[in-house]
Design a protein around this ligand. Structure first.
Ligand code: PAF
Length: 283
């Protein structure tokens, strides 16, 4: 696997492929790849000739009390898995390559970055929007692949691409789950065995909400309360940041349920903050 650490280096590779008429796919990641990332890479490979996977733990999207320093990293493993899934190159810049001395330009998606996770992680989405814009400018992909697990991130990037007329197609892919329903996340590695068992409560809570809707409930507040009740019944849930019933694109709260609806949660299992969501179409 070709691991490139410089912006000039990855640009040169991409330009050479473009000259040969090849299409470019980008899968932006922070590394420690799991099956969710691999599903993005495999899909990218079916749609693009040359797939770049970025592995960059982006300091700009971590708060001062967050896990930037301890975020799991294993570049050799990532390189092997990415190659097996069909990637041609890993772009792995150092923080100083992306944010050299004097860096001061940021991208802000104003409203979409405010609610849900944005309310609890100030500056997070500004960091995400900034690094993703930079990656788009560096790699100039035809298509970029994002998982639906980070639903707010996805909505915000789609908005940003429209607002700034960025010439890239965003391809969203469904959440990949363990057999017991836990959504895959690099942060699942922080969970103790007991916490790992308890963590399935996020998906169970979302399914409870979905079942209520399937049974005819159309009051978003009541669905939200049922989801929250399921989370609260799990003793290892130490804090609930939010339970939301929203439009998946605008992230606006839905009081009366119709059309496309997303149920989303963020909760702590012990000290580990997890997010999850489920999408339903209500007739
Ligand atoms: O989803 C992630 O892993 C990150 O937020 C992303 C999109 C790679 C930006 O750092």
């Amino acid at each position: 696997m070709n691991v490139v650490e410089t912006i000039a280096g990855v640009r040169e590779l991409v330009r050479a492929e473009r000259r040969r008429g090849k299409s470019i796919g980008l899968v932006p990641t922070m590394g420690y790849l799991h099956e969710g990332h691999l599903s993005l890479i495999r899909r990218a490979r079916t749609e693009c000739d040359f797939v770049v996977v970025s592995v960059f733990v982006n300091p700009l999207q971590f708060g001062p009390q967050e896990d930037y320093n301890t975020y799991p990293r294993d570049l050799n493993r990532d390189a092997r898995l990415a190659a097996e899934a069909g990637a041609a190159v890993i772009f792995h810049p150092a923080p100083a390559e992306m944010y050299p001395e004097g860096f001061q330009t940021h991208v802000e998606v104003e409203r979409l970055s405010q609610g849900l996770c944005g309310a609890f992680r100030p500056g997070h989405f500004r960091g995400v929007a900034t690094v993703v814009t930079k990656l788009f400018n560096i790699v100039t992909p035809d298509r970029a692949y994002f998982g639906e697990k980070d639903a707010q991130q996805l909505a915000l990037i789609q908005r940003m691409v429209r607002d700034l007329n960025l010439d890239v197609e965003i391809v969203p892919l469904p959440i990949v789950r363990e057999s017991d329903g836990l959504a895959l996340s690099s942060r699942n590695t922080y969970l103790s065995p007991a916490e790992r068992r308890a963590a399935t409560v996020l998906y169970r809570a979302l399914l409870r909400g979905r079942d209520l809707i399937a049974a005819g409930e159309r009051d978003g507040r009541r669905v939200g309360e049922a989801v929250r009740g399921t989370l609260q019944a799990e003793p290892l849930v130490s804090r609930i940041d939010y339970v939301a019933v929203v439009d998946p694109e605008t992230l606006a709260e839905k009081a009366a349920l119709s059309g496309r609806v997303m149920l989303a949660v963020a909760a702590y299992i012990g000290k580990v903050r997890l997010i999850d969501n489920i999408r339903v179409v209500v007739d």
